[in-house]
Design a protein around this ligand. Structure first.
Ligand code: MLT
Length: 412
């Protein structure tokens, strides 16, 4: 009989969002009225239709696939050159950031990329995550055997947890100790906090002094509204020598169901072999992708390219403004009943301190049963999230307004 990967038995319960869906279903199955009233502000899944520019590009690409002369079979695993060029020019070089077309590797999204990146890293790394944290970073390290068991609070032995808290505005500073790899997410999922230039400079200085690799998740960068907040880690001098950046069209172009993103691996980024040699990571990621991935569908890459057209950019802006309008409504409602909030300014998530002495799953149940609103309990994002919860602003305006009213009517 085959041996299974025992690391999976270390994982806590199910993955957070399926677990929430299971609890919501258990409640709504026996509460038909509540099921009808239910508004979902849990998982950060987009609700608004795909931009017109994207739909037009999809239709055109589908028609090309229907004609022998323009039909496409396997594409380049790392993405078509025209998309990589559009990305490098629009997302980086237009902002004075040095990124070459072939440093971009197109993918089916950041969740997959931040998990898959472990394939090219060694087994001996000391890995740090912030806490609270996007659970994919932790769970994929557990699956890869980079951790021991979880303790009673859900913290895994072998991982270094950097606490985000009210005192540091949920943006932890570099630790005193040495770590080999750190996952940073800014604007942050789940807390909505965005790292300032000074905070990212401190991280890059730490990484360069310690030979640390920064895995920088910028999936929410389109939501940055405050001037001066970096959109890319490469805005910080020296980051090309210490950071990989992950980007996604899920939340900018409404691609959660379409699937497309990309990774930037600078050719100047080195890591150490077991024998102590310094070698670039770029060829390893390319090798990994060309071996294990057949690339994103042609029609989807054309759809992503359309986001960089003048119409596409305006339509993305309109989507972001819509969701951030919701974020304002939800944040204002939470604050009006005296709840303490973070985020919702540079990110579509509002991070809220649970009122009274409620724990985060208790708050989840209260919102579910009494307001018929699904939120995400902070504890699902790690021990540091206990006592907090996250409200997602991805919704229709009418639903956001209704959630605001229900928050105001909730009896604590
Ligand atoms: C979230 O709700 O945290 C996100 O939608 C999860 C994801 O992007 O994978």
């Amino acid at each position: 009989m085959a041996f299974l990967n025992d690391n999976y038995s270390k994982l806590k319960a199910g993955y957070l969002f399926p677990e929430i869906a299971r609890r919501v279903k258990a409640f709504t199955d026996s509460n038909a009225d509540a099921a009808k009233r239910m508004i979902r502000c849990g998982i950060g899944d987009v609700t608004e239709p795909l931009p017109e520019a994207v739909r037009a590009a999809l239709h055109k690409a589908v028609d090309e696939m229907g004609v022998r002369e323009t039909f496409k079979g396997y594409g380049p695993e790392q993405g078509y050159e025209w998309l990589r060029k559009a990305i490098a020019e629009n997302d980086f070089r237009a902002h004075g950031i040095e990124v070459a077309d072939d440093e971009i590797i197109v993918s089916d999204g950041t969740k997959c990329d931040t998990g898959n990146i472990l394939d090219i890293l060694g087994a001996k790394n000391v890995i740090a995550v912030t806490d609270p944290v996007y659970p994919v970073y932790v769970d994929t390290n557990v699956m890869a055997g980079n951790t021991g068991d979880a303790d009673a609070r859900g913290a895994y032995a072998g991982l270094v947890y950097l606490e985000g808290n009210e005192a540091n505005g949920f943006v932890p500073a570099p630790p005193k100790q040495h770590v080999d790899v750190i996952y940073l997410c800014s604007p942050n999922n789940p807390t909505g906090a965005a790292a300032t230039r000074a905070q990212l400079e401190a991280w890059v200085a730490y990484a360069r002094a310690n030979g640390t690799l920064i895995l920088f998740d910028a999936a929410y960068e389109t939501y940055i509204s405050e001037p001066g907040i970096p959109h890319s880690i490469y805005e910080i001098p020296g980051a090309r020598e210490c950071a990989i950046e992950f980007r996604s069209y899920s939340k900018s172009g409404g691609f959660t169901g379409v699937r497309c993103g990309f990774v930037v691996v600078p050719k100047t980024l080195l890591a150490t072999t077991a024998s102590g040699e310094k070698k670039p990571l770029h060829p390893l990621w390319l090798r990994r992708q060309t071996t294990k991935f057949n690339g994103v569908a042609y029609i989807i890459q054309r759809a992503a390219e359309a986001l960089y057209s003048a119409d596409g950019k305006a339509q993305v802006r309109a989507l972001v403004e819509h969701y951030m309008g919701n974020a304002r409504i939800l944040r204002d409602a939470a604050q009006s009943v005296g709840w303490k909030t973070w985020g919702g300014v540079n990110a579509p998530y509002i991070w809220v301190k649970c009122p009274g002495s409620l724990g985060s799953w208790e708050m989840f149940d209260k919102m579910l049963h009494e307001a018929n609103v699904v939120i995400t309990p902070g504890a699902g994002f790690g021990a540091g999230g206990e006592g907090y919860f996250r409200i997602s602003a991805f919704n229709s305006r009418a639903n956001a307004e209704e959630v605001g009213r229900r928050i105001k009517a909730l009896k604590i």
